[in-house]
Design a protein. Structure first.
Length: 418
């Protein structure tokens, strides 16, 4: 079973029973401080009735505590709901500490942690010290030097644990908010893409379909009296429809064409999801020294960018699926040679080397890509733009290196791109 199915990300609710178990185990680790009350019960210094009552009270306390921390660290409950649960925890802690002795004062540490985990900071900021003061008061009022010493010893852990919990809670909730914001941005981007597609289809087909409709009506009125003129209208309809079909095909090709910035972002996501430590540039290199005053993605000819994007997608997919690598580095840098200026893309991993990766790239079947998208397909794409492809072992002798190079002077970079 993969790590993604076992571990739960920060701020992400568990999706499987195994993840629920792992999260519960992580929370239960901190129940180790309950050893003092448990030892007090096991030692048998209390009557049977007190021992049974103490065990039931401890079980109820642990159940309420786990419910609060497990369910409400990432999502705040209502103040009334949290108040009732915290009042129950506090009541159990007071009753158990008064009836069974000083070892049960440790329950107040968990009360303070529960306060910090569930209540707003403005309330937890004063309620945590109040809980600690109640614990100290019970310890000092119980009499005996041992009770007073224990109460003093527990003050600092109770405060530190509670305020550490506020930091953990803020981290979890901030992560949740960021994940929700990312999902919202993705949804807005999808909506914008749909709107763009609708505008493009309207611009491409609106005029053509209107013209086809008009000419069809004209041809219908000309029949059967003027068949020659109707034939001319039908010929115009055919020409307009063919042009509309060509425009739609060009538009669809543009939508399908991968871009280098998009593939760089996809590479970061794919490598991170596979647990591979990745170093991937965030964008195409600064165009200074390439074509001054032209944006980086426009300084690179469209065909060259598409060839690099396909190569990057293919290389990263095979690093993830075939190499068994732990690290992968992607570099994208301009290079000046005697033959001119080139943009060079290099993908290096520390995996099994050329055997595993080359077989995956050469086949093209494992990636789900169209036929020819292996090493041969990449060479063909690069050859179409006067680019080159080289492969070999990494510098350290372990791993695989794939380098794609495309010229920067293949076309006028300031010309409109398709």
């Amino acid at each position: 079973m993969s790590d993604d199915q076992t571990w739960v990300g920060i701020g992400r609710p568990p999706a499987t029973r195994r993840q629920v178990g792992m999260k519960l185990l992580w929370i239960c680790v901190w129940l180790a401080f309950m050893s003092a009350p448990v030892k007090d019960l096991v030692d048998g210094d209390h009557s049977p009735w007190a021992t049974v009552s103490g065990g039931l009270g401890l079980a109820a306390f642990v159940g309420v505590y786990l419910r609060l921390v497990f369910r409400h660290t990432s999502r705040s409950p209502s103040i009334s709901q949290a108040g009732r649960a915290l009042a129950l925890l506090t009541g159990l802690a007071v009753v158990l500490a008064l009836t069974l002795g000083p070892p049960w004062l440790v329950l107040f540490v968990y009360v303070s942690v529960s306060v910090a985990a569930t209540l707003p900071l403005r309330i937890a900021g004063w309620l945590v010290p109040a809980v600690c003061a109640l614990m100290a008061g019970l310890g000092l009022g119980a009499g005996g030097e041992g009770a007073r010493d224990l109460a003093v010893e527990l003050l600092l852990p109770a405060l530190l644990a509670a305020f550490a919990m506020t930091g953990v809670r803020q981290l979890v909730r901030t992560t949740v908010e960021l994940r929700e914001a990312r999902a919202t941005v993705a949804q807005l981007a999808a909506n914008e893409e749909r709107l763009r597609l609708a505008r493009d289809l309207h611009d491409l087909l609106g005029h053509s379909l209107s013209l086809i409709t008009l000419k069809s009506e004209l041809a219908g009125r000309m029949l059967p009296g003027h068949p020659e003129q109707a034939a001319l209208q039908v010929a115009d309809i055919e020409q307009v429809s063919r042009q509309a079909l060509a425009d739609v095909r060009d538009a669809v090709t543009g939508y399908r064409r991968p871009t280098l910035p998009g593939e760089l972002a996809g590479a970061r996501t794919a490598l991170a999801a596979a647990g591979i430590t990745a170093a991937v540039p965030t964008d195409v290199p600064d165009p200074d020294g390439l074509t001054a005053g032209v944006p980086a993605t426009d300084a690179l000819p469209a065909g060259s960018e598409e060839a690099l994007a396909w190569g990057l997608r293919e290389a990263v997919t095979n690093v993830v699926r075939h190499s068994g690598a732990r690290t992968c580095t992607v570099t994208l840098a301009p290079r000046q040679t005697l033959a001119g200026r080139f943009l060079e893309l290099t993908v290096v991993d520390d995996g099994r080397g050329g055997a595993g990766l080359t077989s995956g790239i050469a086949s093209g079947a494992e990636t789900g890509a169209e036929p020819g998208n292996g090493l041969t397909g990449l060479r063909e794409r690069l050859a179409a733009v006067d680019g080159t492809l080289s492969t070999g072992p990494a510098d350290a002798g372990r791993g695989f290196r794939l380098t794609l190079s495309v010229p920067l002077d293949a076309s006028d970079p300031t010309a409109p791109r398709p």
